[in-house]
Design a protein around this ligand. Structure first.
Ligand SMILES: Nc1ncnc2c1ncn2[C@@H]1O[C@H](COP(=O)(O)OP(=O)(O)O)[C@@H](O)[C@H]1O
Ligand SMILES: [Mg+2]
Length: 376
């Protein structure tokens, strides 16, 4: 049944062999405010057959425990095993509370003790209506959870795809800068060398020298820009070499002593994991520089089982890692959050250990590739 649209008419499949009880059941509904359509089955097997053929014409199944052939609880268990998507209510005799408890534990939605002195018939319509509502709520909640999970997974994939696209674009720009600007500058410098040789006066030579100096600086700037935009080392020499070069670069630029360590074991990585891990280390080092106020930091890369572990540690001011999460989004702090999401989408994980005043250690893990055969 559609959980958002509980029909006002309750459609009950009643499995009850006792004719008097069936009549009493009908009478109870007639007396109550609850509009009801009752379909009757006398035997468990008959009910089973009906429900296997389809459940859309019922909102709930009410089953008497005392049935010929198969006890009601057995029928309930069969329906639960077969995942018949209707709430089940068991009618039990007086004194069978244990049976009722067992039934609830097994997944039956509710039970009603057939005790005439307790006027169970008056309660019946309300109990059944409640069982249907509860079931509808549960179904709606489960559907919402599933939708949320699907949405979360899609967002993760999107984050991954976006960061891979970013890296491709960075690589394209870096290649273009290197091949066009860098190579043209080198060419211009050679030609100017010739001009210098042919120059007829010292004044002209000095001027050419100055232009060559500017070209040299621009070549150096271009090179450094290319490395910052997309390290060619990552593609030429692999992840470990690229991370080592990144630590040296950060050290030079920001004056923090950064140690690098590699356990020397081969670490084959898929293209996606390599790019993602490199981006992550770049972001973690940027965090050390921007937030940590650290004197020293340490980056280590190791193989453990079929995983690569990358550790980025600093001795700075630390922070409260519990703050990382969706709540952070309000402050546009996506760094750590997005590393975690992207890594998890590729089967990896991120662990953050940090305390105010005690530095920070972030450990990334990701699966090693079985196909690639070295760390490039
Ligand atoms: N190494 C670190 N040392 C101290 N604080 C850190 C460190 N890394 C992260 N943080 C804290 O965690 C917050 C979230 O980091 P991040 O998700 O990368 O976002 P952002 O760098 O954009 O602020 C930072 O704003 C900072 O307060
Ligand atoms: Mg950051």
């Amino acid at each position: 049944m559609d959980p958002t649209n509980i029909s006002t008419r309750l459609r009950v499949l009643l499995v009850e062999d006792d004719e008097h009880d069936r009549i009493a059941f009908r009478r109870a509904f007639r007396k109550s405010q609850v509009d009801c359509e009752i379909t009757e089955c006398i035997r468990a097997e008959e009910a089973l057959e009906r429900l296997r053929a389809g459940t859309s014409s019922f909102d709930l199944v009410v089953i008497d425990q005392k049935l010929p052939g198969m006890p009601g609880f057995e029928l309930c268990k069969t329906l639960l095993v077969e995942k018949i998507p209707l709430p089940l209510v068991l009618l039990t005799g007086k004194g069978s509370e244990q049976l009722a408890v067992d039934a609830l534990k097994a997944g039956v939605d509710d039970y009603v003790v057939k005790d005439p002195s307790e006027s169970y018939l008056d309660l019946l319509p309300v109990v059944l209506l409640q069982a249907v509502r509860r079931n509808a709520d549960r179904t709606a909640r489960k559907q919402a959870e599933e939708r949320l999970l699907t949405y979360h997974n899609r967002l993760r994939s999107l984050a991954s795809a976006l960061s891979l696209a970013e890296e491709q674009e960075r690589r394209r720009i870096a290649t273009e800068v290197h091949e066009n600007i860098g190579q043209n500058l080198a060419f211009a410098k050679i030609k100017l060398g010739k001009v210098w040789e042919l120059a007829s006066s010292d004044g002209l030579r000095d001027a050419v020298d100055e232009v060559i100096k500017v070209i040299d600086e621009t070549i150096e700037d271009t090179r450094s820009l290319v490395y910052q935009v997309s390290s060619p080392i990552l593609y030429q020499l692999g992840f470990v070499a690229a991370v080592e070069s990144l630590t040296q670069q950060s050290q030079k630029q920001h004056g923090i002593a950064i140690e690098f360590e590699d356990d020397g074991q081969p670490k084959p990585l898929s293209d996606d994991v390599r790019v993602l891990l490199f981006q992550a280390v770049r972001e973690l080092l940027a965090n050390v520089v921007r937030h940590a106020q650290a004197k020293t930091a340490e980056v280590s890369v190791a193989k453990k089982g079929d995983q690569i572990l990358v550790d980025v540690k600093d001795d700075g001011i630390g922070f409260e890692p519990a703050e990382i999460g969706p709540a952070m989004d309000q402050d546009k702090k996506f760094g750590l959050f997005s590393i975690r999401e992207r890594l998890e989408s590729l089967g990896g994980a991120m662990k953050v250990a940090s305390r105010r005043g005690h530095g920070t250690r972030v450990t990334l893990s990701a699966p090693l590739s079985r196909e690639a055969d070295d760390d490039r």
